[in-house]
Design a protein around this ligand. Structure first.
Ligand code: FES
Length: 123
């Protein structure tokens, strides 16, 4: 069902947990299955210095979160916000059609974390 890359990110997820320093969090729960993803950010000078996640969900959701953290680390908030579900799925080498919705969680949680950071760091 899943390709090697997806299985690798599921079995050896990158950036799991919470950064030692963090100044934003985003939480999103899937309406369809109830699974939940948390994205934690350590933002410095507008750049995502560190990003970690916790996903209470299926293999596709965990692999997508793992991939997303790798894609977002080191990016500006503006660049990170542009990471699309499609690009996450592409980087993973594809997901089964019925699992595409699981990859949406990661991107939405990142956007929620970015919004959280912006809301709490207004000049
Ligand atoms: Fe819930 Fe995949 S089935 S995120």
């Amino acid at each position: 069902m899943y390709n090697e890359k997806v299985l690798d990110h599921f079995n050896n997820p990158r950036n799991v947990g919470e950064p030692e320093e963090q100044n934003a969090v985003g939480v999103v729960q899937s309406e369809s299955c109830g699974d939940t993803t948390y994205i934690y950010l350590d933002v410095e000078d507008g750049i995502i210095k560190d990003i970690k996640f916790r996903t209470f969900g299926c293999a596709a959701a965990i692999a997508s979160s793992s991939m997303l953290t790798e894609m977002a680390k080191g990016k500006t908030l503006e660049e990170a916000r542009k990471i699309s579900t499609e690009s996450i799925v592409n980087e993973l080498g594809g997901l089964p059609e019925q699992k595409i919705h699981c990859s949406v969680l990661a991107g939405d949680a990142l956007k929620a974390a970015i919004d959280d950071y912006i809301a709490n760091h207004k000049e």
